[in-house]
Design a protein around this ligand. Structure first.
Ligand code: NAD
Length: 232
């Protein structure tokens, strides 16, 4: 089975109603990143940080996977599909994808500030004073700016074995995640689905589908399926 690796960013969830960094009117526009998504913000104003992520959690719970998430999940019938996402939502999982690696954490989980390996599923608002059984304050299980991204080595390994690499809905501005775009092997076919112009060069032959994810991904998925049925 050929291996398809999908590397997704905020753009794939935009049409599910979860705004990207750049969208106007979104949560990000109303907040300064350094005041809500950094370890310093957590030290200075944990209440504001929790409020910001409570809003993001509520937004994710209201959203539904779109046809792009679903088309990626459906590819599993013919391919070994791995999704590596910068998104903290669970829309790939809800669409049916079985191998999803989150680089920047998951908003529907919280973790202990005493032990970063202790995580819990969590779907309601989080408040100051909500603690793990050992008595440590709980925080959102997300990677803040300035924190390390522990899943990068595993993600690089997955991308390095891709036959087909699909980049969708990411501006490739946030490192180290954006560096994954360079980890695909030489023989891999690389596709980028994004309505905007690429502002990064990706090594190798790249085919850009300049369209929103809900148009571009189903087109690509049909193309991949047709190619396998011609071969078999
Ligand atoms: P970004 O906001 O920097 O870039 C979004 C990209 O998506 C842009 O290139 C834009 O042109 C493209 N885009 C917009 N609408 C699209 C659509 N309908 N279909 C396809 N592409 C579309 O986002 P990023 O590169 O993912 O930035 C990384 C950071 O954003 C991550 O840390 C991530 O955690 C965070 N983020 C996540 C979510 C989420 O979990 N859904 C939402 C906002 C931000």
């Amino acid at each position: 089975m050929k291996r398809i690796v999908v590397f997704s960013g905020a753009g794939i969830s935009a049409e599910s109603g979860i705004k990207t960094f750049r969208d106007s009117g979104g949560l990000w526009e109303q907040h300064n990143i350094s005041e809500v998504a950094t370890p310093e913000a957590w030290m200075q104003n944990p209440k504001l940080v929790l409020e910001f992520y409570n809003m993001r959690r509520r937004q994710v719970l209201e959203a539904e996977p779109n046809t792009a998430h679903k088309a990626i999940a459906a590819l599993e019938s013919h391919f070994e599909v791995h999704v590596i996402t910068q998104n903290i939502d669970d829309l790939h999982e809800r669409a049916g994808s079985s191998r999803v690696l989150h680089l920047h954490g998951e908003i529907l989980k919280v973790r202990s500030t005493g032990n970063s390996n202790t995580t819990f599923d969590h779907r309601s608002d989080l408040a100051l004073g909500d603690c793990c059984p050992e008595g440590y304050q709980l925080r959102p299980h997300v990677v803040w700016f300035g924190e390390s991204v522990p899943n990068i080595p595993m993600a690089s390994k997955i991308v390095s074995k891709a036959d087909i690499f699909v980049v969708v809905g990411t501006s490739l501005n946030v490192y180290p995640a954006a560096g994954l775009a360079y980890a695909a092997p030489k023989h891999a076919d690389i596709y980028v689905v994004d309505p905007s112009e690429l502002n990064q060069t990706i090594r190798g032959k790249v085919i850009q589908i300049k369209a929103p994810a809900t148009e571009g991904i189903p087109i690509l998925a049909r193309q991949f399926m047709e190619e396998t049925s011609r071969i078999t």
